[in-house]
Design a binder for this molecule. Structure first.
Ligand code: GRF
Length: 191
């Protein structure tokens, strides 16, 4: 069966992108990355993609008058590349409802908390402030409401005494790197 064609949207470091690139490097993996788009020209993830031989594109949101026109440019590029599933991996722009609706059921995100707990930003600080014993990450379908779509897969870590935002973030990130490729595998196999 042909591999599922994936487009990844990033804004920065791209460590989750790296986990997806590494998984897709195995010819037996049921998905492959056709295009990486960044809205930030200096994003480290762009180098990671280039190193893996994956086409990249910078679409700077600042070059567009509004969210809709920026999103349509991304939409056009994804469709031209034949993308069947979009993976958000540290993409730091809100997406227009129109874009989200047009990729509904075909766009996933990884969020660093056990949703529905701790939506939005600074999730590790939120978890520490709440005093929870368990924290983690969620891969979920993207819907127009932020961090709200149906969960696909979660990864849990313990919160340890003495944890800081940084130590907890590092523990969660390790799990993100296992969970995101696994969720992609599940989706690609069930298509
Ligand atoms: C990750 O923690 C991810 O869960 C969140 O943004 C961060 C991106 O990190 N959505 P990276 O760019 O993948 O290293």
């Amino acid at each position: 069966m042909a591999r599922l064609k994936v487009g990844v949207l990033i804004s920065g470091r791209g460590s989750n992108l790296q986990a997806l690139l590494d998984a897709c490097a195995d010819p037996a993996f049921p998905a492959g990355i056709a295009l990486v788009i960044s809205n930030v020209a200096t994003a480290q993830g762009l180098e990671r993609a280039a190193k893996a031989g994956v086409p990249t594109l910078v679409i700077n949101h600042k070059d567009f008058p509004d969210r809709e026109s920026f999103d349509s440019k991304m939409d056009e590029a994804l469709r031209e590349a034949g993308v069947e599933l979009v993976c958000l991996a540290g993409f730091m722009r809100l997406l227009s409802t129109r874009f989200v609706e047009s990729w509904r059921g075909r766009m996933i995100n990884i969020h660093p908390s056990l949703l529905p707990a701790f939506k939005g930003l600074r999730t590790h600080a939120q978890a520490l402030a709440a005093g929870v014993a368990e924290h983690g990450c969620t891969v979920h379908w993207v819907t127009p409401t932020l961090d709200d779509g149906p969960a696909i897969l979660q990864g849990k870590v313990p919160v340890l005494a003495g944890d800081t935002e940084e130590t907890l973030a590092a523990r969660v990130l390790e799990v993100e790197h296992r969970v995101y490729p696994e969720a992609l595998r599940m989706i690609a196999l069930r298509r």
